[in-house]
Design a protein around this ligand. Structure first.
Ligand code: AMP
Length: 216
C-alpha cells in the first residue's frame, strides 16, 4: 500500500503519519525530516539547507533520488507512506514511474484540509525537541529526554507564511494529477483521534478492494 499524505504545514500530518504507519505496519517517510536531518548532520549541500531553512522547495532531482533510495530499502517492501512528497508534478511523475517499476498498487492520497487561520495559530505554538526531533503542539519539555522544546526555525511567522504560500501553489496541479478513485480530502480541523478514525476506515476499505482486485 502506497499512501501519500498531503496537507499544509501545521495540519497534523506528522501525527497522522505516525499513527497510520503503526496501524498498517509500513514506514512513514518525511522528505522534510530527511532533509533537516541531513542538514544538521552536515551531509547536505549548504544551498539545499538554506532553502529548507527558508521555506523554499529544494531541487526535484535531489528529493527524487532521496526518495528512490529510501523506498528501495527492505522495510518498504509491503508499502510506505510519504509525507511531504511529491510536491511538484515532476516529482509526482517520477513517483508514478517508481511505483510501476516496483509493481506496487497506485497510491491512496489522503489530503488533510485545514483553514489558513487555524494553521498560523498551530505553527506559532508548535515546538520541537532539539535533541530527538519530536514535534509538540505547545511549549514545554520533551517527554522522552526532558530537553527544553524550541520553535522549529522554519515555523517562524515569515517563513511559515512562505511555506504556506508554496503549499497553496503546489496543491492545485497535484490534486488535478491525483483526482479520482484513490484521492480523499479529509477535514483536518478536528481532534486527531477523529481524523485518524476516518483515515483508518477508508484505508481498510481500500485494502479490501485492492485485495479483491488482485485475487481475481
Ligand atoms: P516539511 O517538513 O515537509 O514542511 O518540509 C520542510 C522543508 O523541506 C520544505 O519547506 C522544503 O524546503 C523541503 N522539502 C521537503 N520535501 C520536499 C519536496 N518534496 N520537494 C522539495 N522540497 C522539499
Amino acid at each position: 500500500m502506497v499512501i501519500l499524505l498531503f496537507g499544509p504545514p501545521g495540519c497534523g500530518k506528522g501525527t497522522q503519519a505516525a499513527r497510520i504507519a503503526r496501524r498498517f505496519d509500513i514506514p512513514a517517510i518525511s522528505t522534510g525530516e530527511m532533509l533537516r536531518a541531513a542538514c544538521s548532520a552536515g551531509e547536505q549541500q549548504g544551498e539545499a539547507c538554506a532553502l529548507v531553512a527558508g521555506g523554499g522547495l529544494v531541487d526535484d532531482d535531489l528529493v527524487n533520488v532521496m526518495v528512490e533510495r529510501r523506498i528501495a530499502r527492505p522495510d518498504c517492501r509491503n508499502g510506505f507512506l510519504l509525507d511531504g512528497f511529491p510536491r511538484t508534478l515532476p516529482q509526482a511523475e517520477f513517483l508514478q514511474d517508481l511505483i510501476e517499476r516496483r509493481d506496487l498498487v497506485g497510491p491512496t492520497v489522503i489530503h488533510l484540509d485545514v483553514p489558513a487561520e487555524a494553521l498560523i495559530a498551530r505553527l506559532a505554538s508548535r515546538r520541537q525537541c532539539p535533541r530527538c526531533g519530536q514535534i509538540y503542539s505547545q511549549p514545554g519539555t520533551c517527554d522522552t529526554d526532558g530537553t527544553d522544546l524550541a520553535p522549529r526555525a522554519d515555523d517562524r511567522p515569515t517563513v511559515a507564511e512562505r511555506r504556506l504560500r508554496a503549499y497553496r501553489e503546489m496543491t492545485g496541479p497535484l490534486i488535478e494529477y491525483y483526482r479520482g478513485d484513490g484521492y480523499h480530502r479529509i477535514d483536518g480541523d478536528r481532534p486527531p483521534e477523529a481524523v485518524f478514525q476516518q483515515i483508518e476506515s477508508l484505508l481498510e476499505a481500500r485494502l479490501v478492494r485492492v485485495h479483491v482486485a488482485r485475487s481475481r
